[in-house]
Design a binder for this molecule. Structure first.
Ligand code: 13P
Ligand code: SF4
Length: 311
């Protein structure tokens, strides 16, 4: 059976749309209706008029799509597709943390569960975190959660002193500075492009820091021909498609069991699972309505601020 053809047929029959993150497998990116970063995907999920959204990504992304479009059927090809960053912030511990900082506004990265979002004032992604923080008065005290690397980076570029939750994404946290510098020695002309979820020493040696869509844009408009990419390796597919004459090297990880920067959760999405999920309309993301309504407030604030700022 030609899976791609079958998926296309089912998509038409069911008025479905496939939204995919840049980190999923190339063959899924190639059949998606929209491929983007976390912000772009939330914006698409909010505006689509499809009846069914198949989310080729991870749980928190599909959950965000369901919160934004509660009337639509939202499917995730594998419910095991979690996120180590979202898992690094248990709701009970975060409630205690908030109590310790009572006069602080809470900004959380979208890489969180709906429960954490429901305890937040504004959400952000790596594409708009800086602008959202800068839209608040200087004297405003802020808790930033859960990614401490992104939080540290935003503190450093804005001069703020946000209180940070101690969370991280295993993929970005484990890039090896030493191995990246070895790779740079082999390819001295290559520019290092890094996602702000990476640790500070890696950001300090980078030529450009940005969200996945910002890294993609930079790599296509910049004049250089070689790049070392310190974010999940799935983005290399779009970079190569966009700039076929350029060379991209995935940044090496510290993990001795893994040579590449793959997110094991993102890679759970396969064409076969996507096909089965669209055919059976399962697994489906189902949510408690009250929780979804609460979690919608900070997501909507994020989208409103982003729209105002033209992001
Ligand atoms: P962006 O999509 O905002 O670049 O975030 C990267 C990420 O880790 C998503 O899982
Ligand atoms: Fe989560 Fe990191 Fe995977 Fe993104 S790359 S889904 S932040 S574990």
């Amino acid at each position: 059976m030609d899976l791609v053809k079958e998926i296309e047929r089912l998509k038409k029959d069911k008025n479905a749309i496939i939204l995919a993150h840049y980190y999923v497998r190339p063959e899924i990116q190639d059949i998606a209706d929209y491929v983007g970063d976390s912000l772009g995907l939330s914006q698409k999920a909010a505006e689509t008029d499809a009846d069914v959204i198949v989310f080729a990504g991870v749980n928190f992304m599909a959950e965000t799509a369901k919160i934004l479009s509660p009337g639509k059927k939202v499917l995730l090809p594998d419910l095991e597709a979690g996120c180590s960053l979202a898992a690094s912030i248990p709701a009970d511990n975060f409630a205690e943390f908030k109590e310790q900082h009572p006069d602080h506004l809470v900004i959380t990265y979208v890489n969180t569960t709906a429960e954490i979002k429901s305890m937040s004032d504004i959400c952000c992604t790596s594409s708009n975190a800086r602008q959202i923080v800068e839209s608040l008065p200087l004297e405003q005290k802020i808790i930033f959660a859960p990614d401490k690397n992104l939080g540290n980076y935003i503190n450093s570029v804005t001069g703020r002193n946000m209180v940070l939750w101690d969370g991280q994404c295993h993929v970005h946290h484990e890039f090896s500075l030493e191995k990246i510098l070895d790779l740079k020695n082999l390819h001295p002309e290559a520019k290092i492009l890094a996602h702000p979820e990476c640790q500070r020493p890696i950001l300090l040696v980078s030529d450009y820091i940005g969200s996945t869509s910002e890294l993609l844009k930079f790599s296509s408009t910049d004049k250089c021909n070689e790049y070392i990419i310190a974010t999940e390796s799935g983005i290399l597919h779009k970079m190569k498609q966009t700039s076929p004459t350029k060379t991209f090297y995935p940044a090496p990880s510290d993990d001795p069991n893994c040579v590449c920067a793959d997110c094991n959760f993102m890679k759970l999405n396969t064409l076969e699972k996507l096909y089965q999920c669209l055919k059976n309309e399962s697994p489906e993301i189902l949510m408690d309505e009250k929780l979804a309504k609460k979690a919608l407030v900070p997501i909507q604030k994020m989208l409103e601020i982003s729209e105002k700022l033209g992001i």
